[in-house]
Design a protein around this ligand. Structure first.
Ligand code: GDP
Ligand code: GDP
Length: 435
């Protein structure tokens, strides 16, 4: 669970430029790998060995000028509730504006640490001008240039000093289940159903510097941390940016979890946003459980109905048929424990480690079942393979000409691994190396 740093400020002061500089080359890599939103406003960075998450709140401002003030204020509220440290960016070229004043007033009323960043201090003269911003009333002032990078080192030195201590060992080891899904699918109802059930104990986890969205669940003598993304609508001061707010929380929850429990509304079906969330969880190698909630509303429940629903979903995600699907009714508390049982099973599957000799016997069998093709006049050969790690599982294959291995053969191997060993709900990574 990484500390969160938010970048706030009025438009055009250079928030996005600073964000991009801080996440550096990672941004490009992340976008490529995950193929998710182009305009990413959520990234990871590190400095002096400390990792942290950065949120650029700027990209979501409304266009109409009369809404900008409200939009900026709302972003500040989001930053205050979502982050551990706030970077408040101002523009030395423009000097102090009334909107800067109004942001400063909001930030002074709360107790999250604030770093005042006087941006566009590209030269010595502008650096000197930056001192005028002391008038905003913050002790920590950093004159930087996001464009050429000057001053960012000192800014980051101070930033990492302000990051909260990492959670203790025990908290790191407790498995984390993220409850995610679009608004109104029943996330709060599910968490509440668990909370109000005598078979489980849920307690808030106090002592984190940002508003706690996590709770501890003890069920079946096992302990979990529920990473809860619900409750967004209950926040006051956040109207325009619900989308952004829920995207940020969902992404953070997925990154921080071991198993992502995606709820969908059985009556509404499976939509592109759900697919996108599953894709992200898959790419981040998280365990996945798909829950069809509000099953009580589904009329005429024949014995085959769940199978039909499953086929409907799998048709939309044909390469992810390994994701377990559970039907549930959060409000009637039907199968809420089944969901936790299935998630627990996924946690176990994720830890599976296949011994190398066993895996190579298996490999010889499947190579016989479907011989590798000939490419550029040479028969492809996989000589040897090993599971290099578990939790999440990664397999490494040593072969001639790995770049020639057809995608369908790769899928064949993955399917066979799943047939043989399960890995239900667990993304598996296959790597092929030249040997
Ligand atoms: P945002 O709206 O706060 O996210 O601002 P942007 O990052 O989009 O930047 C607004 C404009 O300021 C762009 O034209 C940037 O190139 C420019 N800018 C950002 N940082 C600097 C800087 O350090 N120096 C100068 N001279 N211009 C900058
Ligand atoms: P969230 O936005 O995902 O946290 O969704 P909520 O838990 O707030 O639920 C949204 C609405 O769906 C509420 O009116 C709930 O009572 C209703 N709801 C949630 N789960 C179920 C369910 O299993 N069955 C039915 N019939 N309604 C549900």
């Amino acid at each position: 669970m990484l500390p969160v740093v938010s970048i706030v400020g009025r438009p055009n002061v250079g928030k996005s430029t600073l964000f991009n500089r801080l996440i550096g080359a990672r941004k490009a890599i992340v976008d490529d790998e995950y193929g998710v939103t182009r305009d990413r406003h959520y990234g990871q960075s590190d400095w002096n060995g400390r990792n942290f998450t950065i949120i650029d709140t700027g990209g979501y401002l409304p266009d109409e000028s009369d809404k900008i003030t409200a939009g900026v204020r709302e972003q500040v509220h989001i930053a205050m509730s979502e982050s551990d440290v706030i970077m408040f960016v101002v523009d030395v070229e423009a000097g102090i504006t009334s909107l800067d004043q109004s942001v400063a007033n909001l930030l002074r009323q709360q107790d999250k640490p604030v770093l005042l960043v006087a941006n566009k201090a590209d030269n010595e003269e502008r650096k000197l001008n930056a001192t005028e911003f002391y008038a905003l009333g913050f002790g920590d002032l950093f004159a930087i240039s996001s464009v050429n990078g000057t001053g960012t080192g000192e800014l980051l030195d101070r930033l990492v000093e302000l990051l909260p201590e990492m959670p203790d060992e025990e908290e790191i080891e407790t498995p984390r289940l993220a409850i995610i899904g679009r608004p109104n699918v029943g996330k709060s109802s599910f968490v509440n159903a668990l909370l109000n059930d005598e078979r489980s104990i849920v307690t808030d986890i106090p002592g984190t510097t940002r508003d706690s969205i996590n709770s501890r669940l003890i069920y079946n003598e096992k302990e979990y941390i529920l990473v809860d993304t619900a409750g967004l609508r209950k926040k006051k001061n956040v109207k325009e940016n619900i989308e952004f707010y829920s995207t940020v929380r969902t992404e953070r929850a997925i990154r921080e979890c071991d198993v992502a429990i995606l709820l969908v509304d059985a009556m509404q079906g499976f939509e592109s946003q759900d697919k996108h969330i599953l894709h992200m969880a898959d790419e981040l190698n998280k365990g996945i459980v798909l829950v069809l909630n509000k099953w009580d509303l589904v009329p005429e429940k024949t014995t085959n109905l769940l199978k039909e629903f499953e086929e409907y979903v799998y048709d939309r995600i044909p390469t992810k048929r390994w994701i377990p699907i559970v039907s549930m009714s959060a409000t009637n508390r039907k199968r809420i424990h089944r969901v936790i049982d299935v998630a627990d099973n996924v946690l176990e599957e994720r830890k599976r480690l296949v011994p190398t000799p066993v895996f190579n016997d298996f490999l010889q069998r499947i190579l016989k079942e479907r011989p590798l093709p000939i490419k550029r006049g040479v028969r492809l050969k996989i000589k040897y393979a090993t599971q290099v790690k578990s939790n999440p599982p990664v397999f490494k294959f040593f072969m001639n000409m790995p770049s020639e291995l057809p995608a369908n053969y790769r899928r064949f191997i993955e399917n066979k691994i799943r047939e043989e060993y399960g890995f239900t709900g667990v993304p598996i990574t296959l790597t092929f190396k030249q040997k």
